[in-house]
Design a protein around this ligand. Structure first.
Ligand SMILES: [Zn+2]
Length: 88
């Protein structure tokens, strides 16, 4: 288990899983990235930014939120979009 974080569109009830927060140097916290079913790992390079941009553009003008499943349990009822779908 653990606390997972999501970028989600409340208007469309769609979520993009960004994983757990990880501690980095100077205790800066970062999310794992975007999970790739294709590569079976978290993408945290330029591909993650590309996927996040695509998600934001697809939902431009909608009610976007960055939440964790602890603070927003309704996220479990949202559809899950796979990041790989945004990569050509
Ligand atoms: Zn939307």
């Amino acid at each position: 288990m653990g606390e997972y974080h999501y970028l989600c569109c409340k208007s469309c009830r769609i979520s993009l899983n960004l994983g757990k927060k990880l501690g980095r140097e100077h205790s800066r916290l970062v999310v794992q990235g975007v999970y790739s079913d294709k590569h079976r790992t978290w993408l945290n390079d330029g591909r993650a930014w590309f996927i996040i941009q695509a998600f934001m553009q697809q939902h431009q003008g909608h009610e976007l939120m960055f939440v964790s499943d602890t603070e927003f349990p309704q996220i479990q009822l949202y559809d899950y979009v796979e990041g790989d779908g945004f990569l050509v």
